[in-house]
Design a protein around this ligand. Structure first.
Ligand code: NAP
Length: 310
């Protein structure tokens, strides 16, 4: 059994493809044979040690959270999933390990894969889909007919946000890099503006300003809000967490495993309302090089990096 793991926090040079023994299955856990896994920016940040307060100092640590695959074993208390089920989900941040032949994850973070989705398409969904879903619906309280602005609309979370909001009957505007406006329009975004847009020109137009990049100054986002509008940011900085606890329009989202929310994301994809483009698919044996390239040079514009067995 192989996985990508590291023996100390650090840059891309600490990643190794090595043999490992899967962790012992807890009563609420599920062992999944990985058929596809997907990379996210947080994979690199966590490997760098950015969340070591939560991820601890026990090594080696596996890499990767998002996966799709087939259930191989379930813990004693798991009744929702069975051996042989085709699933998608995310490994817990505290132990991770989806860039592997097999992964153990808590059952609450795993749902059935819609039959019409490939394993690759399904693996692309969990983190970005759940983040966008919880930002729009739990934090943003999105209602049909409302207006949403998505900052960074062509990133993974941005694309998921645009599509989930549109499918819910919202009108969606957003920003992207200069030169990508046609791609954004093709997603139904209107108007499309550059990253350095003038917020005053969009004053009081939006019920939700969804900053998927974490770089939109709150002062600017506030200008864009209609009365009772909400700002939701994916940046969980200490300042943003503290600001979230205060009364006012600002909310930071921290995606967390809620089965019903992941099911809603999977359903949206199965119904054809949510699709993440795949930029590149590589076998596990070539994934360290592909992850290093993505981290050092890659842009997400072209879509997700998918890792498959082999
Ligand atoms: N809080 C949470 O629970 C949570 C969960 C998931 C993700 N996140 C965070 O959310 C962020 C987005 O994640 P992702 O998976 O969507 O990443 P991604 O796929 O890499 O997308 C990032 C997007 O940001 C755009 N961008 C880059 N520089 C920008 C700038 N100066 N102004 C505006 N947009 C800019 C990129 O455009 P180009 O492609 O043109 O460069 C891209 O569209 C990451 O920081 C990630 O760590 C947080």
């Amino acid at each position: 059994m192989k996985r990508i793991q590291y023996h100390r926090y650090g840059g891309p040079e600490v990643m190794r493809l090595e043999d490992f023994e899967p962790r012992e299955l807890g009563a609420e856990d599920v062992l999944v044979r990985v058929r596809a896994a997907a990379a996210n920016p947080m994979d690199f940040g966590i490997r760098d040690g950015a969340m070591k307060m939560m991820t601890g100092r026990s090594f080696p640590r596996g890499m990767g959270y998002d996966f799709a695959g087939v259930v191989e074993a379930v813990g004693a208390d798991v009744t929702r999933l069975r051996v042989g089920d085709e699933v998608l989900g995310g490994a817990p941040i505290k132990w991770s390990g989806a860039f592997a032949d097999v992964v153990v994850a808590e059952h609450k973070g795993i749902v059935e894969k819609p039959a019409n989705l490939s394993f690759e398409a399904a693996a692309a969904l969990p983190t970005v889909g759940l983040t966008a879903y919880q930002a729009l619906f739990n934090k943003g309280k999105l209602q049909p007919g409302q207006a949403v602005f998505v900052h960074g609309s062509l990133g993974g979370v941005g694309r998921a946000g645009v599509q989930l909001a549109s499918a819910h009957g919202a009108r969606v505007a957003g920003s992207c890099r200069a030169g990508s406006a046609d791609e954004a329009r093709a997603l139904g975004i209107d108007p499309v503006v550059d990253f350095d847009f003038d917020a005053a020109a969009l004053a009081q137009r939006f019920d939700i300003v969804f900053d998927t990049v974490g770089k939109l100054p709150i002062k600017e986002a506030r200008k864009m809000l209609s009365p009772n509008g909400r700002i939701v940011s994916t940046s969980p900085s200490p300042a943003n967490i503290a600001r979230s606890a205060l009364p006012g329009p600002f909310h930071a989202v921290i995606a967390h495993a809620v089965t019903a929310d992941i099911e809603a994301v999977a359903r949206a994809a199965g119904d054809g309302h949510l699709e993440l483009p795949i930029a590149r698919t590589v076998p596990l044996s070539e994934a360290v090089a592909a992850l290093t390239d993505l981290e050092r040079n890659g842009s997400s514009k072209r879509g997700k990096l998918i890792i498959v067995p082999g």
